[in-house]
Design a protein. Structure first.
Lengths: 420, 421
């Protein structure tokens, strides 16, 4: 008989303040950033968990967690609601032993260790809520069990030239394509010698996890899995294994990377196939379930784009992604752009390589971004709740802070400018 | 607190709608898909919700399974909670006069126990068959202001359609002074929309007064206007009885136009996504390079590689390269393969149109369907659920392909206009 109580507890690291993605993370954690025309970044790990049959989940969140709490709701969207299924949000709390603001990813888990003990799992799967990929965690857990590992890390081979951006490991050839033992690991080394990057997906034995977290809390002054916990475990000669992953992994720290990951949703055979991956989101959030189908006008042109319900297109949309509530008026052209919820693009305006946060209204005859091939310029990013006056001209590689007074925008904004 | 919150609503959802032909072969008329992501009954249910009414009984009879699944707990329309609820009321046997529902009044009479169990000053009775937006709260206020026993929502309809309705003549204060049910020679253009507000006590007395009478419009209203306070609540906006294939097609096309007066999202109409079993799995609609889309609605989950013009696409429809969909309604998960053409047709769910096949070929002004000349005569071709049209087949106008037909059931390369497979 199938054991009802889950063997694995999953914990998603979703709440750290990250100095990434510019103004898109000004009011939300990275995991709550919209992605894919209807979803949020965290929907990718959540959907992966659902498809892997791991439905007892905790979300560790600290920075501006309202948008995230709202998004996760009851967890029913990912079928995580039931006797042995659930999503618990674990914000920082006061009043117990060493409770406080989370001082790092490892500290966040350590402060919630009572939650882990209560569930008494066979392994704890800790993963970042910030990445776009599709993975069957169960296969990794099987490997972890097979190896009787203390820690198994999912790793992706990256070019040595970019390895300095990641935590990188050397994996031996114990199981060929599948994985192997890790004896060396360096967090963001300036001169990397290994090219297996950690995907921030860790499978731990709970007992070992507790021991190393407790030692970390006692002895160190930094509390990160990559910088502190993995090196500590290697030093202590624990059984650390690398599980080799070969699929797509969307790692986005800059606007340019975020934009590129969005473009991977497009094309005849998109690298990110959200239907094939079975990505689910919470349709209650922002009430997108009540949106009517996309309405396409008489003069509309739509080419190589992804558009969800609730949009209206009367102008031209090329190589772009439109979230619910986007309205592209007649004569407007939206190219190589990503428009979040409730954007309005006025008549005869032109957007070239723009990432625009929620509730942005672009007046008539506005120009944003230089014309020409997308590869030749950087994206302009518009923070949320902005209203761009008619006939404004804005260059490429600009940043518009959220909720600006319209008079700050009533001028020509040259490429590379930052408007606060 | 809203004044009319406790008012009981009875939604008559038993309609067969047989003129919709194969669209109602497996579902009742209120459960027929409409506007890409809705079902017809969503309009009535959302009107009830948006009017702040929270107690609903849904009277079903004909093929109720798809309807019951669609209603679910009623959560989609906010009908769950301490003082809220939606109940399915099918016909029952066991008590003295229970049987199949014989008419609107009979259906209500058989559920008198439900009315008594939900005491309220008025009962709102409406049908789940129509496409419109109405503030029932305002109609209730009108009813109270007029101190009416019954208030009937009425609107002006074109002369040529009036014979299908109950009709009334009103005086200056809105009182109905004459009534004719489905008149052959109409004397008025004011038609009943089948929406009634009854004083509960009055309704119970009325139903008891004549136990043979089974229909409100036919039996009770003509008598009531003589002795009681019967008022017409005037309605002027968009309202359609999408009971025929042509009317169903036209109302769908109305949503595509800006000036038609119908806008489900602006009206606050809510669908129930969960009921279709794929709650949130539909990704955004994907338009591949080289596709053309104009004057259309395209729901999430569609993948468009070809051309879509003046059409309504439900979730999950795939239009292959160089395929053309024109003036058509395509329901969930249909696949239109490369080089196929669909012109002036309604495709039920999960139809596959093989490569190079043509649905709707030839002069649109072709002869009517031979088997159902009264259902299909305007050129529209109907393809039933899960039919598979073999590659290269040519289907004419006013044709019917019954649900599930495939391969060798198509003899030859052509289905001539007016034929049925």
């Amino acid at each position: 008989m199938k054991k009802l109580k889950p063997r694995t507890l999953a914990m998603i690291l979703a709440g750290g303040r990250v100095d990434e993605l510019n103004v898109l993370t000004a009011y939300r954690p990275k995991s709550a950033v919209p992605f894919g025309g209807f979803a949020r970044v965290i929907d990718f790990p959540l959907s992966n968990l659902m498809h892997s049959g791991l439905e007892q989940v905790a979300v560790l969140s600290q920075y501006r967690s309202y948008s995230l709490i709202n998004h996760i709701g009851s967890g029913a969207a990912w079928d995580m609601l039931g006797r042995y299924r659930g999503v618990s949000i674990l914000p920082p709390s006061k009043g117990y032993g060493h409770s406080d603001w989370y001082r790092g990813s490892a500290d966040a888990v350590f402060q919630n260790f009572d939650f882990i003990q209560y569930h008494d799992p066979e392994e704890v799967l800790i993963l970042s809520g910030d990445h776009v990929y599709s993975m069957d965690y169960q296969e990794m857990i099987d490997y972890h069990r097979e190896k009787d590992a203390d820690l198994t890390i999912a790793c992706l081979k990256v070019p040595l030239s970019t390895a300095h951006r990641f935590g990188v490991a050397e994996i031996d050839d114990e199981d060929g394509e599948r994985g192997g033992r890790i004896f060396q690991y360096k967090e963001k080394p300036s001169r990397p010698r290994f090219d297996w990057a950690s995907m921030t997906i860790f499978c731990f034995k709970p007992k070992v996890l507790y021991e190393v977290l407790a030692a970390n809390a006692r002895e160190d002054d930094s509390f990160e899995f990559g910088r502190n916990i993995i090196p500590r475990m290697l030093y202590e000669q624990r059984r650390v294994y690398g599980y080799k992953f070969a699929g797509y992994w969307g790692y986005t720290r800059t606007i340019e990377e975020y934009w590129q990951t969005n473009m991977d949703l497009l094309g005849e055979r998109p690298r990110i196939d959200i239907e094939e991956w079975g990505i689910r989101t919470n349709l209650e959030h922002r009430n997108i379930r009540d949106c009517q189908p996309l309405k396409v006008g008489n003069e509309a042109v739509i080419d190589d784009s992804l558009i969800y319900n609730g949009c209206t297109v009367e102008g031209t949309v090329e190589r772009s992604i439109l979230f619910p509530g986007a309205y592209v008026k007649k004569g407007a052209v939206v190219r190589d752009s990503v428009l979040f919820f409730n954007n309005v693009v006025g008549r005869n305006s032109r957007l070239d390589k723009v990432v625009s946060d929620v509730n942005v209204t672009v007046g008539d005859e506005v120009r944003i971004g230089e014309e020409g091939p997308a590869a030749d310029k950087e994206a302009t990013v518009v923070g949320w709740n902005n209203s761009i006056p008619a006939q404004t001209v804005i260059g490429s590689d600009c940043t518009l802070y959220p909720t600006l007074k319209p008079e700050k925008l009533a001028r020509t904004i040259r490429s590379g400018e930052i408007v606060r | 607190m809203r004044e009319h919150e406790k008012t009981l609503v009875l939604l008559l959802a038993g309609g067969v709608g047989s003129r919709l032909n194969i669209l109602v072969q497996t579902r009742a008329k209120p459960a027929v898909c409409f506007g890409g992501i809705y079902r017809i009954i969503d309009f009535s249910l959302s009107n009830v919700m948006n009017s702040g009414l929270t107690q609903v009984g849904v009277l079903t009879q004909y093929k109720p399974l798809s309807l019951m699944r669609h209603l679910g707990t009623g959560e989609a329309w906010d009908f769950t909670g301490r003082s809220r609820g939606v109940k399915i009321l099918p016909p029952r046997t066991g008590s003295k006069d229970s049987d199949w529902y014989k008419g609107t009044a009979d259906a209500v009479r058989q559920n008198i126990d439900f009315i008594r169990a939900h005491p309220s000053k008025e009962v709102v009775i409406l049908s789940g068959d129509h496409i419109y937006r109405m503030d029932l709260d305002d109609m209730l206020s009108f009813h109270r202001r007029k101190q009416a026993d019954v208030t009937i929502a009425m609107m002006v309809v074109p002369r040529e359609q009036i014979h299908q309705f109950g009709t009334g003549i009103t005086n200056d204060e809105g009182r109905i002074v004459e009534w004719e049910e489905k008149p052959e020679v109409p004397r008025t253009d004011l038609a009943s929309m089948g929406i009634y507000v009854f004083d509960t006590e009055y309704l119970l007395r009325l139903l008891a007064s004549d136990r043979e009478a089974t229909d409100f419009g036919m039996h009770f209203i003509p008598k009531a206007i003589e002795s009681d306070n019967v008022f017409a609540y005037p309605f002027h906006d968009y309202w359609r009885d999408v009971g025929t294939v042509q009317a169903y097609w036209e109302a769908n096309m109305d949503i595509l136009r800006e000036d038609s007066g119908i806008s489900p999202e602006a009206w606050g109409i809510r669908p129930n996504f969960e009921a279709d079993g794929r709650p949130a799995d539909w990704p955004p609609a994907r338009f591949v390079a080289g596709s053309t889309v104009k004057d259309s609605m395209v729901a999430a989950g569609c993948v468009i590689e070809g051309e879509v013009v003046n059409s309504m696409l439900s979730p999950g429809v795939r239009v292959g390269k160089h395929a053309v969909v024109r003036d058509s309604i395509i329901l969930h998960d249909c696949v239109i393969e490369e080089d196929a053409v669909v012109d002036l047709a309604i495709l039920d769910k999960r139809v596959v149109v093989g490569g190079g096949a043509v649905i709707g070929s030839g002069d649109r002004d072709a002869k009517p369907n031979q088997r159902y000349p009264k259902h299909l005569y305007t050129g529209i071709t109907l393809i039933g659920k899960e039919a598979v049209i073999p590659p290269g087949i040519v289907v004419g106008r006013n044709c019917i392909v019954e649900p599930g037909r495939k391969d060798d059931e198509f003899s030859g390369r052509e289905v001539a206009s007016g034929e049925t497979v």
